[in-house]
Design a protein around this ligand. Structure first.
Ligand SMILES: [Zn+2]
Length: 298
């Protein structure tokens, strides 16, 4: 039975025979930045047209403890800049955070700016296991000339980059999977994890997975009631997943979600149950094996 509440998550994960969950899409940020992000969500009805009460609005140590209680054995704390001059500082912050929290892998981010090539190289040398690129919040063009050497380095290093490039929850100047596909055309081996499975362009995201060997999708906010009312999944969603079981990775957006962690897991469990070709093997792949492979965990 999928977990009815957060308290049931860890036992459910154990019963699947997994050593834990690997969550590829979690957010931890410096306190000041996080306060601003939460303030933005407090005005979600003006920004997004819906209320967005943050479910895990607790202290940083409490948020880490919550993930442990769910049985998360590893997670990627993703940071992202909304302006120039911020990414290198965020990279330093998240490296220090990951050094303190055993379950957190080191991540990094970037912005189209002349220093990006250098600080991305430094982040790779310092052990970053994945990157985050937020095209909507950053409001930049992923095809920007200044990012060319960055995508190239990530492709060469075979490091995953979680890319928020879809039009959801709000379209940006440069969002759209068609725009990001031009980056893939230039860097065909890039290991790009399309955040939110490309919401709302799910079909297009699935086409990218079939077309480009490094493209994966994360499950962040996909299939939960909060999302499906605005952005329903394609009718053949689970049938399509059956062809691509090792290209889908757990992501949740913890802690900035307006519902419980268990609810995201129930949505994924629902896909597994609704198609005979999915089932427990699919769950083990999505919840652990695929994100663990992407992060280079054994
Ligand atoms: Zn996110």
């Amino acid at each position: 039975m999928p977990p009815g509440s957060d308290a049931e998550v860890a036992a459910w994960v154990r019963d699947l025979g997994l050593p834990g969950l690997v969550d590829l899409h979690v957010h931890f940020l410096p306190e000041r930045v996080l306060a601003k992000v939460w303030a933005y969500f407090d005005h979600a009805s003006a920004n997004y047209g819906v209320d967005w009460p943050i479910h895990y609005r607790t202290s940083e140590p409490e948020r880490v403890e919550s993930l442990r209680a769910f049985g998360v054995r590893a997670f990627a704390p993703l940071v992202y800049p909304h302006k120039p001059g911020m990414a290198a500082w965020l990279n330093d912050w998240v490296r220090a955070f990951a050094a303190e929290v055993p379950e957190a892998v080191t991540t990094a981010t970037f912005f189209p700016e002349p220093e990006a090539e250098t600080y991305v190289r430094q982040a790779i040398e310092a052990g970053a296991r994945c990157f985050k690129s937020h095209v909507q919040v950053g409001d930049f063009d992923p095809r920007d000339e200044l990012l060319r050497p960055v995508w190239g380095q990530l492709a060469d290093a075979d490091l995953p980059v979680i890319v928020h490039c879809g039009h959801g929850p709000l379209p940006g100047t440069h969002t759209g999977l068609d725009v990001f596909e031009e980056v893939l055309r230039e860097h065909p081996r890039l290991v790009a994890v399309i955040a939110h499975a490309g919401m709302p362009e799910y079909d297009h995201a699935l086409r990218l997975v079939r077309r480009w060997p490094g493209v994966h999708l994360d499950t962040t906010m996909v299939g939960v009631e909060f999302t499906t009312t605005l952005s329903p999944l394609p009718k053949d969603w689970t049938a399509q997943l059956a062809d691509l079981p090792d290209r889908i990775a757990l992501g949740t957006d913890f802690p900035n979600i307006p519902y419980s962690y268990a609810e995201q897991l129930r949505a994924i469990a629902g896909w597994a149950e609704s198609d005979d070709r999915l089932g427990a093997d699919f769950l083990r792949s999505v919840l652990h094996d695929t994100p663990a492979r992407l992060l280079g965990l054994s």
